[in-house]
Write a protein that binds this ligand. Structure first.
Ligand SMILES: NC(=O)c1ccc[n+]([C@@H]2O[C@H](COP(=O)([O-])OP(=O)(O)OC[C@H]3O[C@@H](n4cnc5c(N)ncnc54)[C@H](O)[C@@H]3O)[C@@H](O)[C@H]2O)c1
Length: 334
C-alpha cells in the first residue's frame, strides 16, 4: 500500500500526517477545498516532498467523482470535516451536510472505484459524558453535540460498508491533539477555539484574557481534565494504521491518546513554566456540555499496532509556544 489519498491535508492534523507519509516514502495525493486549510501549509509540505493536489469540495458528488476519476490510489485517510463543537450546536445542518454528506459522497466514489481501504478521523466526542475513565473503545457512545453525532454516524456508515461492501475501515478516535513541528505551520483554526492556542494567545496579547471554564468540578484542583496528544504521535498512528489495514478486514475503532489526564489548571502551570511568566487568567463558569474528565484507555492501539506516545505535555506546550509566537495577532480574531 503505497499511494495514499489524504482529504483535509491542508489542515492541522492532515498536514502533519502528510509530512510523515512523505518522509516514509509514500506517494501522497491531497484533496482539500481550502475552506479551513491553508496554502502556506501546502507550500511547506512542498519543501518536504512532492505530492499531487486536488481542490474540490466533498459536498459536491459530481465534481468529486470527476476530480478523482484520473487518480488511482491504495488507501484513503479522511480528515476533511468541520470540527468546532460550539459552532455545531448553532449550525447543526452545516455539520451534517459537510461531515456526513461529504463523507458519504467520498465513500460512494471509493466504492465505485473499488478502493476499499479507509481510515477516518473520529473523535473522543463520540463518547460524550462518561461515568468512568479511562474510556475504552467499548464504552457506550452518546455524543454531547451535533459534531460528535456526525462522527458517530460516519462510523456507523463505515461499519455497514465493512460488512456489505468488504471495506477495510479504521476509525481513529483522537482525544486532544496539540503541539507543532519545525517543518510546518502549527495548529491554526479560524476561528480559534482550541485551548492551547487560546492559552498562549493570552501571553502574547494584552487585550485577551484566557478563561478557565469551571473550577468546581469534582477533580483534584476543580478544573476539567483532558488527555493531550502530540501531533507527531497522532500522525504516527495514521501511518501505523495504513500498515495495519493490510492485515485486517472489517471495521475497527482505536482511541489515540496518551491515557494521562491533565487538568486545565495544570496546563496553565506548565505553560507558565514554558513561557517563563505568570499568567493572569479568568475563572469562569462551566460551559454547557463540557464533561468533567475525558481520558482514554489507549491500550488497544498500543497492543494491536505497536503504537506508543513518545512526547510529553512539556514537549507539546514548548513546540506549540514556538509556533504561537510567530503567529499574527490578527489571526486569532478572524
Ligand atoms: N483538532 C482537534 O482537536 C481534533 C480532535 C478530534 C478529531 N479531529 C478531527 O480531525 C480532523 C482534522 O482536524 P484538524 O484539526 O486538522 O482540522 P482543520 O480544520 O485544520 O483541517 C480540516 C481540513 O479539511 C478541509 N475541508 C473541510 N471540509 C471540506 C470539504 N467539504 N471538502 C474538502 N475539504 C474540506 C479544510 O479546508 C481543512 O483543510 C477532523 O475530521 C476533525 O473532526 C480533530
Amino acid at each position: 500500500m503505497n499511494k495514499i489519498l489524504v482529504t483535509g491535508g491542508a489542515g492541522y492534523i492532515g498536514s502533519h500526517t502528510c509530512l510523515q507519509l512523505l518522509k516514509e516514502g509514500y506517494e501522497v495525493i491531497i484533496l482539500d477545498n481550502l475552506e479551513k486549510g491553508h496554502q502556506e501549509t501546502l507550500d511547506a509540505l512542498g519543501k518536504i516532498g512532492s505530492y499531487e493536489f486536488i481542490n474540490v469540495d466533498l459536498r459536491n458528488l459530481d465534481e468529486l467523482r470527476k476530480a478523482l476519476e484520473p487518480y488511482s490510489f491504495d488507501a484513503v485517510i479522511h480528515f476533511a470535516a468541520y470540527l468546532e463543537v460550539g459552532f455545531s450546536t448553532r449550525n447543526p445542518e452545516l455539520f451534517f451536510q459537510n461531515n456526513v454528506v461529504g463523507s458519504q459522497n467520498l465513500l460512494q466514489v471509493l466504492i465505485e472505484k473499488n478502493i476499499l481501504n479507509f481510515i477516518f478521523s473520529s473523535s473522543a466526542a463520540v463518547y460524550g459524558t462518561q461515568k468512568s475513565v479511562p474510556i475504552p473503545e467499548t464504552a457506550s457512545m452518546q455524543p454531547d453535540s451535533p459534531y460528535g453525532e456526525t462522527k458517530l454516524i460516519i462510523e456507523q456508515i463505515m461499519r455497514n460498508y465493512a460488512e456489505y461492501r468488504s471495506m477495510n475501515a479504521i476509525a481513529l478516535r483522537y482525544f486532544n491533539p496539540a503541539g507543532a513541528v519545525d517543518e510546518l505551520p502549527g495548529e491554526r483554526h479560524i476561528p480559534e477555539t482550541h485551548v492551547i492556542p487560546l492559552l498562549f494567545h493570552s501571553f502574547i496579547d494584552d487585550d485577551f484574557t484566557f478563561s478557565v471554564y469551571g473550577d468546581d468540578y469534582e477533580t483534584a484542583d476543580g478544573s476539567a481534565i483532558r488527555d493531550f496528544i502530540h501531533i507527531s504521535d497522532l500522525a504516527d498512528a495514521h501511518v501505523k494504521s495504513v500498515k495495519y489495514l493490510q492485515n485486517m478486514s472489517g471495521f475497527e475503532a482505536f482511541n489515540v491518546a496518551t491515557g494521562k489526564g491533565t487538568s486545565v489548571l495544570e496546563l496553565v502551570k506548565t505553560a507558565e513554566e514554558v513561557v517563563g511568566e505568570k499568567l493572569n487568567y479568568n475563572l469562569g463558569p462551566r460551559r454547557a456540555g463540557d464533561p468533567k474528565e475525558l481520558v482514554a484507555d489507549p491500550s488497544k492501539i498500543m497492543k494491536e499496532m505497536g503504537w506508543d506516545a513518545k512526547y510529553t505535555l512539556k514537549d507539546m506546550l514548548s513546540s506549540a509556544w514556538e509556533w504561537e509566537r510567530q503567529r499574527d495577532l490578527a489571526d486569532y480574531s478572524k
